[in-house]
Design a protein around this ligand. Structure first.
Ligand code: PHE
Length: 454
């Protein structure tokens, strides 16, 4: 499918905002702060920055190269770029499957954000810490509400996806991303003005070298890949909508900067408020749903109304960030079904929405009301998270480096990297070196480490 009628993003800004929308998600606002909190703050953040710039950006560029060259969905992109080789086609297909599975459970957490928007508006997140914790527990074990919000989230995503690449994805990103920035800045402002907030800022900026460890490095690397949407088919699929003028390296740098900036701001939103309220920010994954409502309440105890508004805005922000990421995840499979089954985009989108919605609902149930829904001793939700994040992601990332460095036609890689010689070639040699040795080695190390081999 390399026909000239294939959809494209309409503007440079559209490219940046849509792709940054994919990258900026729950990973930035939910995962990054708790990981930084658990790993000692500033040291983690510095290590994270090194990972983003040394390893993340080259990997983004690689996916861009494959996607823009092939002008097709991820499975076909790897097939085209390898001359139809079966193994590499399977690697591309693995990207699509990873995207499909993540879509399913990502929508579940996104749905929780909607519940919390409602709950904060309705003033239900008040009371002491145990009460807020119980609220989350009750919500999770409710058989209906989590499913309801998952379905609502899918419906919104479906609506946007069926409007197409320019009319749906690009338009939504141009509207949602600025909104997200405004909300973020307002909350950071409110949080940093609290008494004692400066301790939180210090926690983020002053490194404590004693916290440095191999597992910190590996967490930072894993987080950077997750946050930049690497190895899930999203970047490759979006790049297939880029035109010949899009400067791949510059775009990758800009997207990474936006993503990192949002992650840091998310930290600046959460840590100052947490320190001001005297709450340790190392609560792990439950940080934003269990600890944070209490943090906002206590931090703004003198002005309860402001606390409620800030809480409400926070969950709106989270839902927006999740939505732009979910759109990109959904698009990976939609493009695949659309092009491979030769059906219309809207039919393809229906297959994805219905399929992912069913899996998503099962995942959601596995966390609460249907605890028996376990495979290999883990609730379905955790299993999908584990398989996609810890197995498919590193394997996909590793093989993509191998593909670019050792298998794909060198001339094509160079042409794509330099936009057919129109942009500087000076970085090309460094890029190739990173792809050949440094990136695959780093990914291999994380992979083996998490299974206790290293
Ligand atoms: N990068 C997104 C985030 O930070 C998550 C995501 C992963 C989105 C993979 C798309 C693909 O939340």
């Amino acid at each position: 499918m390399t026909d000239s009628s294939r959809a494209n993003f309409g503007s440079r800004l559209g490219v940046i905002l849509a792709t940054a929308g994919s990258a900026v998600g729950l990973g930035n606002v939910w995962r990054f702060p708790y990981m930084a909190g658990e790993n000692g703050g500033a040291v983690f953040i510095i290590t994270y920055l090194v990972c983003v710039f040394l390893l993340g950006i080259p990997c983004i560029v690689s996916e861009f190269i494959i996607g823009r060259h092939a002008q097709a969905n991820t499975a076909r992109a790897y097939a085209n770029a390898s001359g139809g080789n079966r193994f590499w086609t399977a690697v591309g297909a693995m990207g699509v499957i990873t995207g499909f599975l993540i879509t399913s459970y990502y929508a579940v957490i996104s749905g929780w954000c909607l519940q919390y928007i409602y709950a904060s508006a309705a003033g239900q997140l008040t009371g002491d810490a145990p009460a807020v914790k119980a609220y989350f527990g009750d919500f999770m074990s409710d058989p209906v509400m989590p499913l309801f919000w998952t379905v609502v989230f899918f419906a919104i995503t479906h609506f946007i996806i069926t409007r197409g690449v320019q009319g749906g994805i690009e338009r939504a990103s141009k509207l949602l991303m600025p909104l997200l920035f405004i909300l973020l800045l307002v909350i950071v402002g409110a949080s940093c003005m609290l008494p004692g907030a400066v301790e939180g800022v210090k926690f983020m900026l002053l490194p404590d070298a004693s916290k440095l460890s191999s597992s910190l490095f590996l967490s930072a690397l894993g987080q950077s890949f997750y946050s930049l949407s690497i190895a899930m088919g999203c970047l490759c699929t979006y790049a297939s909508y880029f035109n010949r003028e899009t400067n791949l390296v510059k775009s990758a740098v800009q997207i990474s900067l936006i993503d990192t900036f949002v992650a840091i701001l998310a930290g600046l939103m959460i840590f100052p408020a947490a320190f001001s309220a005297g709450i340790q920010p190392d609560a792990g994954p439950s940080l934003i749903f269990i600890t944070l409502p209490t943090v906002f309440q206590q931090a703004f105890a003198a002005m309860p109304f402001v606390g409620t508004i800030v809480g409400f805005m926070f969950y709106c922000l989270l839902a927006l960030a999740a939505l732009t990421s979910l759109i990109s995840l959904h698009e990976v499979s939609t493009a695949f079904f659309h092009e491979e089954l030769h059906i219309s985009r809207s039919r393809a989108a229906i297959i994805v929405t219905v399929g992912c919605c069913c899996i998503g609902c099962l995942c959601s149930l596995s966390l609460g009301s249907w605890e028996g829904l376990q495979l290999f001793g883990m609730p379905l939700f955790d299993l999908l998270d584990f398989v996609t994040g810890q197995i498919f992601l590193p394997i996909g990332g590793f093989l993509t480096c191998m593909f670019i460095a050792w298998r794909m036609d060198r001339q094509i890689v160079r042409d794509q990297f330099t936009n057919w010689g129109t942009v500087s070639k000076s970085l090309y040699t460094t890029y190739l070196y990173l792809m050949k040795y440094i990136c695959p080695l780093a990914i291999l190390v994380i992979f083996l480490h998490q299974f206790g081999v290293l």
